[in-house]
Design a protein around this ligand. Structure first.
Ligand SMILES: [Zn+2]
Length: 254
């Protein structure tokens, strides 16, 4: 399996990062897309990738960071994004749930990153919260050439159809285990080539939420729920979602 969205450079892993990687490998998660979402965090992501050949990177400016990052940082982001281990731009998008940044700042960075992704031929990793309509409208207008993923997908069948039309995938994580009927139905009926797995570690631990920190080694809990919804065996679910992740991010075999 590939964890297509995690934050393993997060300080919450400083005490036991080696064990986190060991547990991931033991549970069948062999490759990772580390999402480095702002200046300072970019460098930590590259350090992690240097240490772990199984780590690939998405680099971008998170909507919640966009208020404190000057647009001049776009040049540095472009340099980072040309690194061979970088497989995507993001996470970017809009977040109107938290008010860490103005709408103006969020949109400016979102549009700049959509342009950068197309310039470099990379897919985009989309974060949205309370901003689905605005995000989808912008994506439908710009139609990123290499597609992308709606990270932390928690929407309905209608949104699946809209994502499909612009060749976007659905990032399935802990939320899939929380028992949302509309999401369950959307995932049950979505075209199978849209589905990719992610943890968003250290956030969004799958049920049962007992550890207060998520990690890639818990991805089998999401896989198990996906198997229930699709009537798939674990082997089928693994091979389908891994193929989709490789296809989207162009990640070579480990
Ligand atoms: Zn994230």
């Amino acid at each position: 399996m590939i964890d297509t969205h995690c934050h393993l450079a997060d300080k919450r892993f400083d005490g036991d990062r080696t064990h986190v990687f060991d547990r991931a490998h033991a549970s069948g998660v062999k490759q990772f897309v580390e999402v480095a979402y702002g200046p300072g965090i970019w460098e930590q992501g590259f350090a992690l990738a240097r240490e772990h050949p199984s780590v690939y990177l998405a680099v971008g400016v998170h909507p919640s960071e966009s208020g404190k990052v000057p647009m001049e940082a776009l040049e540095t982001l472009r340099d980072h994004a040309r690194h061979p281990r970088v497989v995507a731009i993001g996470e970017t998008g809009l977040d109107f749930y938290r008010d860490h940044a103005s709408r103006e700042d969020q949109e400016r960075w979102f549009l700049a990153q959509l342009a950068l992704a197309d310039e470099l031929g990379l897919p985009v990793v989309i974060h949205q919260r309370n901003a689905l309509e605005d995000v989808m409208t912008l994506l439908e207008h710009f139609r990123p050439a290499a597609g992308g993923v709606l990270h932390c997908f928690d929407q309905d069948e209608r949104t699946v159809r809209r994502a499909r039309a612009i060749r976007f995938r659905l990032g399935l994580g802990g939320v899939l285990t929380y028992g949302h009927a509309e999401l369950d139905e959307a995932v049950r009926t979505a075209p199978e080539d849209m589905l990719v797995l992610e943890t968003d570690a250290p956030y969004l631990e799958p049920q049962p939420r007992s550890l207060r920190r998520n990690e890639p080694g818990l991805l089998p809990r999401v896989l198990a729920r996906l198997c229930e919804l699709r009537a798939w065996t674990p082997e089928q679910a693994e091979s389908i979602t891994t193929r989709n992740a490789r296809d989207l991010f162009r990640i070579p075999l480990g």
